[in-house]
Design a protein around this ligand. Structure first.
Ligand code: MG
Ligand code: MG
Length: 262
């Protein structure tokens, strides 16, 4: 079932979204050569506690994980792309780091992810990162009333394919609001003009993720972390959006002043 949210409810999701956005900005500032993933995880735990927010990840126990998850962030380095388990690892020059975060405040959830390159970026990694960000932007642009879900999926796919990257369809975007995962599933590949008709009040997390040379993923022995099957590097970008009469509204938009005012 898809619950349409009122403008007031969307505003409340935006409050959560702005908190998530601010934390992702802070993490982007903190992620540097020599910084341990556990330091990033603990920074977020502190911020969530101070705010009186609740992590949607803590105690999350989906069918595929070796749950329950006892962290508030997913931190995925290099060939790891989704559900990366924060662990004792000091970031190295050139690492590509995806950071994913879902939080609830006063009953409303927001979910967002970004990828950064630590230290000196490699040209191939910059290109991959650019592709995921452009795919996300294209997906958001297509998330308009009277378009269909397939238009969003096709827009994401077109960017990835344009760059020559393969697309995995096992994990993609999703509805969200009162909980982290609601209907519908939003594949990162699809046919324009097909699927569910989009309506004002729908709230979605769009999340293209790409590996450079494979569409297959494998589980890490830690039971959570998903890696590209061929070890190629990966990137992931995610925003929570609301579909409004006026078009898409990004609820987790990161603003430049966040880092400075945090
Ligand atoms: Mg997420
Ligand atoms: Mg998500």
């Amino acid at each position: 079932m898809i619950e349409l949210k009122s403008p007031a409810e969307i505003e409340r999701m935006r409050t959560t979204g702005q908190f998530v956005a601010r934390i992702l900005s802070e993490l982007g500032e903190l992620a540097a050569v020599g910084v341990n993933l556990l330091d990033l995880e603990h920074h977020v735990r502190n911020r969530i506690r101070e705010r009186g927010a609740r992590s949607c990840y803590w105690d999350y126990a989906p069918s595929f994980g070796s749950g329950p998850f006892r962290n508030v962030t997913c931190l995925s380095v290099n060939d790891a792309v989704l559900h990366g388990l924060p662990h004792d690892y000091a970031l190295r020059d050139g690492d590509i780091l995806s950071m994913d975060l879902a939080v609830e405040i006063d009953g409303w959830v927001a979910d967002s992810a970004r990828t950064v390159i630590v230290g000196t970026p490699a040209e191939d990694d910059l290109r991959l990162l650019r592709a995921t960000e452009e795919a996300l932007t294209a997906g958001i642009e297509a998330a308009r009333p009277d378009n269909r879900l397939g238009d969003v999926s096709a827009a994401i796919e077109a960017v990835a394919t344009g760059y020559g990257y393969p697309i995995n369809t096992e994990f993609g975007g999703h509805g969200l609001g009162r909980t982290m995962h609601e209907d519908p599933h939003v594949p990162n590949k699809g046919r324009a003009g097909r699927g569910l008709k989009l309506r004002p009040g729908m709230t979605l997390a769009l999340e293209p993720w790409l590996a450079r040379t494979t569409d297959r993923i494998v589980f890490d022995p830690d039971g959570w972390t998903l890696r590209s099957a061929d070890g190629s590097r990966t990137a992931h970008s995610e925003h929570t959006i609301a579909i409004t009469e006026d078009g898409p509204l990004v609820l987790t938009e990161r603003r430049p002043h966040h880092a400075a005012s945090a």
